[in-house]
Design a protein around this ligand. Structure first.
Ligand SMILES: Cc1cc2nc3c(=O)[nH]c(=O)nc-3n(C[C@H](O)[C@H](O)[C@H](O)COP(=O)(O)OP(=O)(O)OC[C@H]3O[C@@H](n4cnc5c(N)ncnc54)[C@H](O)[C@@H]3O)c2cc1C
Length: 379
Protein backbone atom coordinates (compact mmCIF):
# COMPACT_ATOMS: atom_id res chain seq x y z
CA UNK A 1 0.00 0.00 0.00
CA UNK A 2 1.32 3.42 -0.98
CA UNK A 3 1.27 5.44 2.29
CA UNK A 4 0.52 8.73 0.54
CA UNK A 5 -3.13 9.64 0.06
CA UNK A 6 -4.51 11.71 -2.79
CA UNK A 7 -7.58 13.84 -3.31
CA UNK A 8 -8.52 12.25 -6.64
CA UNK A 9 -7.38 9.12 -8.48
CA UNK A 10 -7.99 8.81 -12.23
CA UNK A 11 -8.04 5.60 -14.25
CA UNK A 12 -7.38 6.35 -17.93
CA UNK A 13 -5.35 9.39 -19.03
CA UNK A 14 -6.63 9.77 -22.59
CA UNK A 15 -8.66 12.74 -23.83
CA UNK A 16 -11.00 12.86 -20.82
CA UNK A 17 -8.89 11.56 -17.93
CA UNK A 18 -5.92 13.70 -18.95
CA UNK A 19 -8.12 16.80 -19.07
CA UNK A 20 -9.55 15.98 -15.62
CA UNK A 21 -6.02 15.52 -14.23
CA UNK A 22 -5.07 18.94 -15.55
CA UNK A 23 -8.08 20.74 -14.05
CA UNK A 24 -7.73 19.05 -10.68
CA UNK A 25 -3.98 19.62 -10.42
CA UNK A 26 -4.40 23.24 -11.52
CA UNK A 27 -6.74 23.71 -8.56
CA UNK A 28 -3.96 22.56 -6.23
CA UNK A 29 -5.46 19.13 -5.53
CA UNK A 30 -3.34 16.00 -5.04
CA UNK A 31 -3.92 13.89 -8.14
CA UNK A 32 -2.76 10.41 -9.04
CA UNK A 33 -3.48 8.95 -12.47
CA UNK A 34 -2.89 5.65 -14.25
CA UNK A 35 -2.89 4.53 -17.86
CA UNK A 36 -2.46 1.05 -19.33
CA UNK A 37 -0.50 2.63 -22.22
CA UNK A 38 1.53 5.81 -22.58
CA UNK A 39 -0.80 8.55 -23.92
CA UNK A 40 -0.92 9.89 -26.52
CA UNK A 41 -1.03 6.43 -28.14
CA UNK A 42 -2.85 4.73 -31.02
CA UNK A 43 -4.57 1.94 -29.11
CA UNK A 44 -7.74 3.73 -27.94
CA UNK A 45 -10.00 6.51 -29.22
CA UNK A 46 -7.82 9.65 -29.37
CA UNK A 47 -5.41 9.19 -32.27
CA UNK A 48 -5.32 9.84 -36.02
CA UNK A 49 -4.01 13.39 -36.49
CA UNK A 50 -7.26 15.37 -36.42
CA UNK A 51 -10.63 15.76 -34.70
CA UNK A 52 -13.50 18.02 -35.76
CA UNK A 53 -14.68 20.81 -33.48
CA UNK A 54 -17.85 22.71 -34.43
CA UNK A 55 -20.26 25.04 -32.71
CA UNK A 56 -23.57 24.73 -34.63
CA UNK A 57 -24.06 21.32 -33.08
CA UNK A 58 -26.35 19.02 -35.03
CA UNK A 59 -26.56 16.43 -32.25
CA UNK A 60 -28.51 18.76 -29.93
CA UNK A 61 -28.83 22.35 -28.76
CA UNK A 62 -27.76 21.34 -25.25
CA UNK A 63 -24.22 20.65 -26.46
CA UNK A 64 -23.62 24.22 -27.60
CA UNK A 65 -22.86 25.74 -24.18
CA UNK A 66 -20.45 22.91 -23.44
CA UNK A 67 -18.59 23.31 -26.73
CA UNK A 68 -18.42 27.07 -26.18
CA UNK A 69 -16.73 26.45 -22.83
CA UNK A 70 -14.49 23.89 -24.56
CA UNK A 71 -13.36 26.51 -27.11
CA UNK A 72 -12.37 28.84 -24.23
CA UNK A 73 -10.46 26.10 -22.46
CA UNK A 74 -8.67 24.87 -25.61
CA UNK A 75 -7.48 28.47 -26.13
CA UNK A 76 -6.24 28.64 -22.52
CA UNK A 77 -4.50 25.31 -22.95
CA UNK A 78 -2.80 26.52 -26.14
CA UNK A 79 -1.58 29.58 -24.28
CA UNK A 80 -0.35 27.72 -21.22
CA UNK A 81 1.27 24.83 -23.13
CA UNK A 82 2.69 26.87 -26.02
CA UNK A 83 1.37 24.17 -28.40
CA UNK A 84 -0.80 24.57 -31.51
CA UNK A 85 -4.00 22.69 -30.71
CA UNK A 86 -6.77 24.23 -32.86
CA UNK A 87 -6.95 25.30 -36.49
CA UNK A 88 -10.00 27.26 -37.61
CA UNK A 89 -11.05 26.12 -41.09
CA UNK A 90 -14.80 26.66 -40.95
CA UNK A 91 -17.14 23.72 -41.43
CA UNK A 92 -19.75 22.65 -43.98
CA UNK A 93 -22.63 20.38 -42.97
CA UNK A 94 -24.38 18.95 -46.04
CA UNK A 95 -27.69 17.17 -46.50
CA UNK A 96 -31.12 17.20 -48.10
CA UNK A 97 -33.95 19.24 -46.60
CA UNK A 98 -34.84 17.86 -43.21
CA UNK A 99 -31.67 15.78 -42.88
CA UNK A 100 -30.42 15.32 -39.32
CA UNK A 101 -27.15 17.09 -39.99
CA UNK A 102 -28.54 20.19 -41.71
CA UNK A 103 -31.66 20.69 -39.64
CA UNK A 104 -29.82 19.88 -36.37
CA UNK A 105 -27.00 22.34 -37.08
CA UNK A 106 -29.50 25.02 -38.14
CA UNK A 107 -31.60 24.54 -35.00
CA UNK A 108 -28.54 24.88 -32.76
CA UNK A 109 -27.35 27.96 -34.63
CA UNK A 110 -30.77 29.61 -34.44
CA UNK A 111 -31.35 28.70 -30.79
CA UNK A 112 -28.01 30.09 -29.68
CA UNK A 113 -27.90 32.98 -32.13
CA UNK A 114 -24.67 31.74 -33.72
CA UNK A 115 -23.10 33.17 -36.86
CA UNK A 116 -23.88 30.77 -39.73
CA UNK A 117 -24.95 30.66 -43.35
CA UNK A 118 -27.25 28.29 -45.20
CA UNK A 119 -26.14 27.65 -48.77
CA UNK A 120 -28.12 26.11 -51.64
CA UNK A 121 -26.54 23.47 -53.89
CA UNK A 122 -25.77 26.14 -56.50
CA UNK A 123 -24.16 28.42 -53.94
CA UNK A 124 -22.06 25.52 -52.62
CA UNK A 125 -20.82 24.66 -56.12
CA UNK A 126 -19.98 28.30 -56.84
CA UNK A 127 -18.04 28.72 -53.59
CA UNK A 128 -16.30 25.32 -53.45
CA UNK A 129 -15.31 23.56 -56.67
CA UNK A 130 -14.37 20.46 -54.67
CA UNK A 131 -17.93 19.69 -53.46
CA UNK A 132 -20.58 18.33 -55.86
CA UNK A 133 -23.85 18.15 -53.86
CA UNK A 134 -27.13 16.78 -55.26
CA UNK A 135 -29.53 19.49 -56.46
CA UNK A 136 -31.83 19.02 -53.46
CA UNK A 137 -29.00 19.39 -50.93
CA UNK A 138 -28.07 22.45 -48.91
CA UNK A 139 -25.34 23.10 -46.35
CA UNK A 140 -24.88 24.92 -43.08
CA UNK A 141 -21.61 26.81 -42.94
CA UNK A 142 -20.21 27.06 -39.38
CA UNK A 143 -17.38 29.62 -39.30
CA UNK A 144 -15.95 28.55 -35.92
CA UNK A 145 -15.61 24.90 -36.93
CA UNK A 146 -12.15 23.51 -37.40
CA UNK A 147 -9.56 20.97 -36.38
CA UNK A 148 -8.12 19.88 -33.05
CA UNK A 149 -4.85 17.95 -33.05
CA UNK A 150 -5.72 15.10 -30.66
CA UNK A 151 -2.26 13.81 -29.87
CA UNK A 152 -1.05 17.33 -28.99
CA UNK A 153 -4.17 18.03 -26.93
CA UNK A 154 -3.68 14.86 -24.89
CA UNK A 155 0.02 15.60 -24.46
CA UNK A 156 -0.66 19.20 -23.38
CA UNK A 157 -3.13 18.18 -20.68
CA UNK A 158 -0.76 15.54 -19.30
CA UNK A 159 2.33 17.73 -19.36
CA UNK A 160 0.58 20.58 -17.60
CA UNK A 161 -1.12 18.27 -15.10
CA UNK A 162 2.34 17.03 -14.13
CA UNK A 163 3.69 20.57 -14.02
CA UNK A 164 0.88 21.40 -11.55
CA UNK A 165 1.92 18.43 -9.40
CA UNK A 166 -0.15 15.46 -10.63
CA UNK A 167 1.55 12.06 -10.34
CA UNK A 168 0.81 10.15 -13.55
CA UNK A 169 1.81 6.51 -13.87
CA UNK A 170 1.99 5.27 -17.48
CA UNK A 171 2.05 1.70 -18.76
CA UNK A 172 0.47 0.83 -15.43
CA UNK A 173 -3.08 -0.54 -15.83
CA UNK A 174 -5.46 -0.30 -12.92
CA UNK A 175 -6.17 -3.95 -12.08
CA UNK A 176 -8.97 -3.23 -9.62
CA UNK A 177 -10.52 -0.50 -7.51
CA UNK A 178 -12.50 -0.30 -4.30
CA UNK A 179 -14.63 2.27 -2.52
CA UNK A 180 -16.18 2.87 0.89
CA UNK A 181 -17.90 6.02 2.10
CA UNK A 182 -14.58 7.63 3.10
CA UNK A 183 -12.10 6.74 0.38
CA UNK A 184 -11.28 4.82 -2.78
CA UNK A 185 -8.38 2.55 -3.66
CA UNK A 186 -6.79 1.70 -7.00
CA UNK A 187 -4.55 -1.33 -7.34
CA UNK A 188 -1.91 -1.74 -10.03
CA UNK A 189 1.08 -4.09 -10.33
CA UNK A 190 3.07 -1.49 -8.41
CA UNK A 191 0.80 -1.26 -5.38
CA UNK A 192 -2.43 0.14 -3.97
CA UNK A 193 -3.16 3.86 -3.95
CA UNK A 194 -5.72 5.66 -1.79
CA UNK A 195 -7.71 8.79 -2.64
CA UNK A 196 -10.89 10.61 -1.63
CA UNK A 197 -12.58 10.03 -4.96
CA UNK A 198 -12.07 8.23 -8.24
CA UNK A 199 -12.70 9.07 -11.90
CA UNK A 200 -13.07 6.12 -14.27
CA UNK A 201 -12.23 7.45 -17.76
CA UNK A 202 -10.96 4.28 -19.41
CA UNK A 203 -12.55 4.82 -22.84
CA UNK A 204 -13.27 1.55 -24.62
CA UNK A 205 -12.07 -0.39 -21.54
CA UNK A 206 -14.60 1.30 -19.22
CA UNK A 207 -17.24 -1.48 -19.33
CA UNK A 208 -14.66 -3.88 -17.84
CA UNK A 209 -14.18 -1.60 -14.83
CA UNK A 210 -17.78 -1.07 -13.80
CA UNK A 211 -17.97 -3.89 -11.26
CA UNK A 212 -21.07 -5.62 -12.56
CA UNK A 213 -22.95 -2.41 -13.28
CA UNK A 214 -24.70 -3.29 -16.55
CA UNK A 215 -24.38 -0.13 -18.63
CA UNK A 216 -25.33 -0.58 -22.30
CA UNK A 217 -22.03 0.66 -23.77
CA UNK A 218 -20.94 -0.85 -27.08
CA UNK A 219 -17.45 -0.59 -28.52
CA UNK A 220 -17.43 -0.07 -32.29
CA UNK A 221 -14.58 -0.30 -34.81
CA UNK A 222 -14.01 2.91 -36.79
CA UNK A 223 -11.71 3.25 -39.79
CA UNK A 224 -9.98 6.43 -41.01
CA UNK A 225 -8.70 6.71 -44.60
CA UNK A 226 -6.31 9.24 -46.10
CA UNK A 227 -6.48 9.83 -49.89
CA UNK A 228 -4.21 11.78 -52.18
CA UNK A 229 -6.40 14.11 -54.31
CA UNK A 230 -6.27 13.35 -58.03
CA UNK A 231 -6.95 16.98 -59.07
CA UNK A 232 -6.92 20.51 -57.64
CA UNK A 233 -4.78 19.50 -54.68
CA UNK A 234 -4.30 23.14 -53.65
CA UNK A 235 -8.07 23.47 -53.10
CA UNK A 236 -7.85 20.91 -50.30
CA UNK A 237 -5.45 22.99 -48.19
CA UNK A 238 -6.86 24.08 -44.80
CA UNK A 239 -6.92 27.68 -46.04
CA UNK A 240 -9.42 26.69 -48.76
CA UNK A 241 -11.12 23.50 -47.60
CA UNK A 242 -13.36 23.45 -44.49
CA UNK A 243 -13.99 20.35 -42.39
CA UNK A 244 -17.05 18.62 -43.85
CA UNK A 245 -19.90 16.36 -42.77
CA UNK A 246 -22.29 14.85 -45.31
CA UNK A 247 -25.67 13.35 -44.51
CA UNK A 248 -26.31 11.33 -47.67
CA UNK A 249 -29.36 9.42 -46.41
CA UNK A 250 -31.02 8.45 -43.12
CA UNK A 251 -28.21 7.44 -40.74
CA UNK A 252 -25.54 7.58 -43.48
CA UNK A 253 -22.92 10.15 -42.56
CA UNK A 254 -19.41 10.79 -43.89
CA UNK A 255 -16.98 13.31 -42.45
CA UNK A 256 -13.53 14.57 -43.27
CA UNK A 257 -10.74 17.09 -43.12
CA UNK A 258 -8.60 19.22 -45.41
CA UNK A 259 -5.21 17.98 -46.55
CA UNK A 260 -2.60 18.79 -43.89
CA UNK A 261 0.14 17.39 -46.14
CA UNK A 262 -0.86 13.79 -45.44
CA UNK A 263 -3.89 13.59 -47.77
CA UNK A 264 -7.61 14.20 -47.32
CA UNK A 265 -8.86 12.18 -44.35
CA UNK A 266 -12.41 10.79 -44.69
CA UNK A 267 -14.46 8.26 -42.72
CA UNK A 268 -17.96 6.86 -42.67
CA UNK A 269 -19.57 7.42 -39.28
CA UNK A 270 -20.89 4.38 -37.35
CA UNK A 271 -20.12 1.80 -39.98
CA UNK A 272 -17.99 -0.60 -37.96
CA UNK A 273 -18.65 -3.88 -36.24
CA UNK A 274 -19.23 -4.19 -32.50
CA UNK A 275 -15.99 -5.28 -30.86
CA UNK A 276 -13.84 -4.93 -27.73
CA UNK A 277 -10.32 -3.57 -27.18
CA UNK A 278 -9.05 -7.17 -27.10
CA UNK A 279 -10.86 -8.35 -30.25
CA UNK A 280 -10.52 -5.17 -32.36
CA UNK A 281 -9.36 -5.89 -35.95
CA UNK A 282 -6.55 -3.38 -36.23
CA UNK A 283 -5.81 -4.13 -39.91
CA UNK A 284 -7.89 -2.53 -42.68
CA UNK A 285 -9.02 -4.10 -45.96
CA UNK A 286 -10.91 -3.25 -49.17
CA UNK A 287 -14.30 -3.63 -47.43
CA UNK A 288 -13.32 -0.67 -45.25
CA UNK A 289 -12.37 1.48 -48.22
CA UNK A 290 -15.26 0.87 -50.63
CA UNK A 291 -18.09 2.92 -48.98
CA UNK A 292 -15.78 5.92 -48.66
CA UNK A 293 -14.60 5.46 -52.24
CA UNK A 294 -18.20 5.48 -53.57
CA UNK A 295 -19.07 8.52 -51.46
CA UNK A 296 -16.01 10.43 -52.74
CA UNK A 297 -16.66 9.55 -56.38
CA UNK A 298 -20.12 11.07 -56.12
CA UNK A 299 -19.66 14.07 -53.82
CA UNK A 300 -15.94 14.95 -53.85
CA UNK A 301 -14.71 13.53 -57.18
CA UNK A 302 -11.28 15.23 -57.04
CA UNK A 303 -10.31 13.22 -53.96
CA UNK A 304 -10.36 9.47 -54.53
CA UNK A 305 -6.79 9.01 -55.70
CA UNK A 306 -4.16 6.83 -54.06
CA UNK A 307 -4.96 5.57 -50.57
CA UNK A 308 -2.08 6.96 -48.52
CA UNK A 309 -2.87 5.65 -45.06
CA UNK A 310 -5.52 4.05 -42.90
CA UNK A 311 -5.99 3.70 -39.16
CA UNK A 312 -8.39 1.92 -36.86
CA UNK A 313 -9.86 3.46 -33.73
CA UNK A 314 -12.67 2.65 -31.26
CA UNK A 315 -15.95 4.40 -30.53
CA UNK A 316 -17.69 3.62 -27.23
CA UNK A 317 -21.38 4.17 -27.91
CA UNK A 318 -24.41 4.69 -25.69
CA UNK A 319 -27.80 3.63 -27.18
CA UNK A 320 -28.86 7.27 -27.79
CA UNK A 321 -25.34 8.47 -28.68
CA UNK A 322 -25.40 11.09 -25.92
CA UNK A 323 -22.52 10.88 -23.48
CA UNK A 324 -22.47 9.09 -20.15
CA UNK A 325 -21.15 11.16 -17.24
CA UNK A 326 -22.46 10.40 -13.75
CA UNK A 327 -21.66 9.17 -10.28
CA UNK A 328 -21.57 5.40 -9.89
CA UNK A 329 -24.95 4.49 -8.33
CA UNK A 330 -23.28 2.15 -5.83
CA UNK A 331 -20.41 4.45 -4.88
CA UNK A 332 -20.97 8.20 -4.58
CA UNK A 333 -17.23 8.94 -4.61
CA UNK A 334 -16.73 7.28 -8.02
CA UNK A 335 -17.33 9.19 -11.27
CA UNK A 336 -18.05 7.30 -14.51
CA UNK A 337 -17.08 9.05 -17.75
CA UNK A 338 -17.86 7.77 -21.23
CA UNK A 339 -18.12 10.91 -23.38
CA UNK A 340 -17.64 9.28 -26.75
CA UNK A 341 -20.29 7.83 -29.11
CA UNK A 342 -17.88 9.04 -31.79
CA UNK A 343 -18.17 12.77 -31.06
CA UNK A 344 -16.60 13.50 -27.67
CA UNK A 345 -13.13 14.80 -28.37
CA UNK A 346 -14.04 18.45 -29.06
CA UNK A 347 -15.59 18.67 -25.58
CA UNK A 348 -12.65 17.10 -23.70
CA UNK A 349 -11.30 20.36 -22.29
CA UNK A 350 -14.72 21.22 -20.82
CA UNK A 351 -15.49 17.66 -19.79
CA UNK A 352 -12.21 17.64 -17.85
CA UNK A 353 -13.60 20.58 -15.90
CA UNK A 354 -16.96 18.85 -15.36
CA UNK A 355 -15.24 15.67 -14.13
CA UNK A 356 -13.05 17.69 -11.77
CA UNK A 357 -16.17 19.40 -10.37
CA UNK A 358 -18.06 16.14 -10.05
CA UNK A 359 -15.19 14.38 -8.27
CA UNK A 360 -14.76 17.21 -5.76
CA UNK A 361 -18.12 18.90 -5.15
CA UNK A 362 -20.57 16.53 -6.87
CA UNK A 363 -21.96 19.11 -9.31
CA UNK A 364 -20.86 21.47 -12.09
CA UNK A 365 -21.78 24.91 -13.42
CA UNK A 366 -22.14 23.41 -16.90
CA UNK A 367 -25.40 21.56 -17.48
CA UNK A 368 -24.60 17.94 -18.22
CA UNK A 369 -27.88 16.50 -16.88
CA UNK A 370 -28.68 14.82 -20.22
CA UNK A 371 -25.68 12.52 -19.73
CA UNK A 372 -27.00 10.78 -16.60
CA UNK A 373 -27.47 7.07 -15.95
CA UNK A 374 -31.16 7.61 -15.16
CA UNK A 375 -32.04 8.07 -18.86
CA UNK A 376 -30.65 4.55 -19.42
CA UNK A 377 -32.93 3.31 -16.60
CA UNK A 378 -29.99 2.73 -14.29
CA UNK A 379 -30.44 4.22 -10.80
C1 LIG B 1 -11.81 7.42 -35.48
C2 LIG B 1 -12.45 8.38 -34.53
C3 LIG B 1 -12.80 9.63 -34.98
C4 LIG B 1 -13.39 10.56 -34.11
N1 LIG B 1 -13.67 11.81 -34.55
C5 LIG B 1 -14.10 12.75 -33.70
C6 LIG B 1 -14.21 14.10 -34.11
O1 LIG B 1 -13.92 14.44 -35.25
N2 LIG B 1 -14.61 15.01 -33.19
C7 LIG B 1 -14.91 14.67 -31.91
O2 LIG B 1 -15.28 15.55 -31.13
N3 LIG B 1 -14.79 13.38 -31.48
C8 LIG B 1 -14.39 12.43 -32.33
N4 LIG B 1 -14.21 11.14 -31.92
C9 LIG B 1 -14.53 10.76 -30.54
C10 LIG B 1 -13.42 11.11 -29.57
O3 LIG B 1 -12.16 10.89 -30.16
C11 LIG B 1 -13.61 10.32 -28.28
O4 LIG B 1 -14.86 10.72 -27.74
C12 LIG B 1 -12.52 10.56 -27.27
O5 LIG B 1 -11.26 10.35 -27.84
C13 LIG B 1 -12.72 9.62 -26.08
O6 LIG B 1 -11.73 9.91 -25.11
P1 LIG B 1 -11.53 8.96 -23.85
O7 LIG B 1 -10.67 9.68 -22.90
O8 LIG B 1 -12.86 8.48 -23.38
O9 LIG B 1 -10.79 7.67 -24.45
P2 LIG B 1 -9.22 7.45 -24.70
O10 LIG B 1 -8.60 8.71 -25.15
O11 LIG B 1 -9.08 6.23 -25.51
O12 LIG B 1 -8.66 7.22 -23.24
C14 LIG B 1 -8.92 6.07 -22.46
C15 LIG B 1 -7.62 5.72 -21.77
O13 LIG B 1 -7.87 4.76 -20.75
C16 LIG B 1 -6.72 3.93 -20.69
N5 LIG B 1 -7.10 2.72 -19.95
C17 LIG B 1 -7.97 1.75 -20.32
N6 LIG B 1 -8.08 0.82 -19.36
C18 LIG B 1 -7.27 1.19 -18.35
C19 LIG B 1 -6.94 0.63 -17.08
N7 LIG B 1 -7.51 -0.51 -16.63
N8 LIG B 1 -6.05 1.28 -16.31
C20 LIG B 1 -5.47 2.44 -16.74
N9 LIG B 1 -5.75 3.00 -17.94
C21 LIG B 1 -6.63 2.39 -18.72
C22 LIG B 1 -6.37 3.71 -22.15
O14 LIG B 1 -5.05 3.26 -22.33
C23 LIG B 1 -6.60 5.10 -22.73
O15 LIG B 1 -5.41 5.86 -22.75
C24 LIG B 1 -13.65 10.19 -32.77
C25 LIG B 1 -13.29 8.92 -32.31
C26 LIG B 1 -12.68 8.02 -33.18
C27 LIG B 1 -12.31 6.66 -32.67
Amino acid sequence: MNSKTYDVAIVGLGAMGGAAAYHLARRGLRVVGFDRHSPPHDQGSSHGETRIIREAYAEGVAYVKIVQRAYELWAELEEESGRDLYLQTGGMMFGSAGSEVVSGAETSAETHNLAYEKLSADEIRRRYKIFTPDDDMSAISDPRAGILYPESCVQAHMELAERHGAELFLDQPALSWGSDSNSVTVTTDAGTYTAQSLILAAGAWLPQLLKGLEVPLQVERQVLLWHEPIANRELFSPEQCPIFIWDTGPGVHFYGFPDLGTGVKVARMHYGETTSPEDLRRETDSDDASPVQSFLERYMPDVPGKLLDSQVCMFTNTPDEDFLIDLHPGYQNVVIASPCSGHGFKFASAIGEILADLATVGESKLDFSMFGLDRLNIQ
